[in-house]
Design a protein around this ligand. Structure first.
Ligand SMILES: *[C@@H]1O[C@H](CO)[C@@H](O)[C@H](O)[C@H]1NC(C)=O
Length: 270
């Protein structure tokens, strides 16, 4: 009896010690959607249910959801706090809205859960938030003179990655590319508070990308893991896929390689 129990224990240890096959790569998505300050764009996606028969409506266990880690820990002051809150506990790109344990925004009258993976509102110009405000909305326009909001720090604002203009909603995450469809995955934007899905598009391998041709016949945007992907809400074109710009670099708290132990590093020192 004892040897067989030992054998079982040995087997269990062997399987839990298996080398992880996950492949974390920085993945950036922009979706251009003109919004007003009260609107927020979320991202939904993963593998389309038509690509796998075993998708289930639960992000944690769904083989069609894709593990992500948000890169930027934003300050989350009064204008960016919703983004910051919704990022908490958001561990998957999936199709199903709020994840179990994902942050929600609550005021005295309103309960506002995340409706997917939150994106950051970005612009290509600094000191430009006031131009985003509706004419005559003083509360919105007032802070413009302090307007040096950086998407990576504040959850919205300027980012050097945005080369195009206002309203380029951005996702900047580490993504487990091993869970994609040969490097591809589906995305669709979701607008709140309207609770409005981006309409179907019919992307047919027409993205501007030198190296990568998306798989044909998708009713979603097809994005490439480990790359920068730029899309237009509800449109097949323009659509660009290209390697990530090195600026701004990953913050030092985030690493895409397996963590090395601090101890080993110390003991090899002087
Ligand atoms: C999703 O699956 C996890 C793990 O099995 C479970 O704990 C959780 O309750 C499920 N969530 C829902 C909403 O069913």
């Amino acid at each position: 009896m004892v040897p067989s129990i030992l054998a079982l224990v040995a087997l269990a240890c062997a399987s839990s010690a298996q080398v992880s096959t996950s492949d974390w790569q920085r993945t950036i998505i922009f979706i251009h959607k003109e919004t007003s300050p009260s609107q927020y764009v979320f991202l939904r996606g993963g593998l389309d249910h038509s690509r796998r028969a075993d998708c289930v409506r639960n992000a944690t266990v769904d083989p069609c959801s894709i593990p992500i880690r948000h890169i930027w820990t934003t300050r989350g002051h009064y204008l960016g706090y919703k983004y910051k809150t919704w990022c908490q506990g958001d561990n998957y790109l999936d199709w199903y809205g709020p994840e179990q344990g994902q942050g929600f925004v609550r005021s005295t009258t309103l309960y506002t859960p995340a409706q997917g993976t939150p994106m950051m509102w970005t612009t290509n110009g600094r000191y430009s938030r006031a131009e985003w405000c509706p004419q005559g909305d003083f509360n919105c326009r007032y802070p413009f003179k302090y307007d040096d909001f950086r998407a990576e720090n504040d959850g919205f604002g300027y980012t050097p990655r945005n080369k195009w203009g206002y309203h380029y909603w951005m996702l900047d995450v580490l993504m487990d590319c091993s869970r994609t469809w040969s490097g591809w995955f589906d995305v669709k934007a979701y607008l709140t508070p309207e609770q409005e899905w981006e309409p179907d598009i019919w992307q047919k391998g027409s993205c501007r990308s030198r190296t990568y041709l998306p798989p044909p016949s998708s009713r979603n945007h097809m994005a490439r893991c480990g790359m920068t992907n730029v899309f237009e809400w509800g449109q097949t074109l323009p659509c660009e896929i290209y390697p990530n710009d090195p600026d701004p670099a990953l913050p030092s708290t985030v690493t895409s390689s397996p963590r090395t132990t601090r101890q080993g590093y110390m003991s090899s020192g002087k």
